[in-house]
Design a protein around this ligand. Structure first.
Ligand SMILES: *[C@@H]1O[C@H](CO)[C@@H](O)[C@H](O)[C@H]1NC(C)=O
Ligand SMILES: *[C@@H]1O[C@H](CO)[C@@H](O)[C@H](O)[C@H]1NC(C)=O
Length: 233
């Protein structure tokens, strides 16, 4: 299991290097470490739910456009079941750990534990639940979030915009990306499969305007004054 997941990781990073990251030419529909294979259109559906989480929880053009959806891919044919959504809410909360992925782990814990909700899990059952779940995030996880994803033991981690693209767009990043964190996490069981670059064409524009005053705003937003930050229409 572990070695197969690492093999997938090695393949994705080798493909990224071979194509050059700008081309993003290596979209993959299937992860090898599971008997369930999920079609790319289902992957894209859930990534759009992660994008929609920004609109639903923050705004059409939040500065930190990091949205997340956590999904149970219960079978290879159906779309699967949404467990929770979340978004980066540092600006609203002041808590610096509330990146989209950490916010999702927090919110899903609340949803899974909720005695009035659909799951009603105990703490022990909640701890065991993550290994069935897939986390979709609009951008590649930072080392804090990548580590949290690995400690949770998610089945899969799926991202859209890469950390290279974030850096090219001016986003400050730790100089260790999530693929490196995953590569170094082999002692932590269960392993988490990784799927890169899903729907980056729709997410890259969410991150391209914050540090470039000439870049167009995401749909539903505009710069009221030239050079000003994008805000909802
Ligand atoms: C996820 O789906 C699997 C397979 O159907 C099921 O056993 C598991 O209980 C589900 N997890 C949650 C949290 O609903
Ligand atoms: C938590 O997830 C639920 C289910 O998707 C959603 O309705 C709710 O708005 C989310 N709450 C937060 C704080 O993100």
């Amino acid at each position: 299991m572990l070695f197969r997941a690492l093999a997938v990781l090695a393949v994705t990073t080798a493909a990224a290097a071979a194509h050059g990251h700008d081309s993003h030419a290596h979209e993959q529909s299937i992860l090898a470490n599971d008997e369930i294979t999920v079609n790319l259109d289902v992957r894209e559906h859930w990534m759009r739910v992660a994008i929609q989480a920004l609109y639903d929880l923050v705004s059409p053009c939040p500065f930190s456009a990091f949205g997340t959806a956590v999904v149970n891919h219960t079978s290879s044919t159906g779309p699967g079941e949404l467990i929770c959504i979340a978004a980066n809410t540092i600006a609203d909360d002041g808590n610096p750990t509330l990146h989209g992925e950490i916010a999702a782990i927090n919110n899903c814990t609340t949803v899974l534990r909720d005695s009035d909700g659909p799951f009603k899990l105990s703490p022990e059952e909640t701890s065991q639940a993550w290994k069935h779940l897939s986390l979709y995030t609009t951008a590649e996880a930072c080392p804090m979030c990548a580590t949290a994803i690995r400690w949770a033991g998610f089945k899969e981690y799926v991202y859209a915009t890469s950390s290279e693209t974030l850096m090219e767009s001016g986003w400050p990043q730790m100089s260790i990306n999530s693929r490196e964190v995953f590569r170094r996490s082999g002692m932590v069981e269960p392993s988490t499969a990784i799927l890169t670059d899903v729907l980056y064409g729709e997410t890259d524009p969410l991150f391209s305007w914050q540090f470039d005053s000439r870049a167009p705003c995401p749909a539903g937003c505009s710069r009221r004054v030239q050079g000003e930050a994008c805000s909802p229409l």
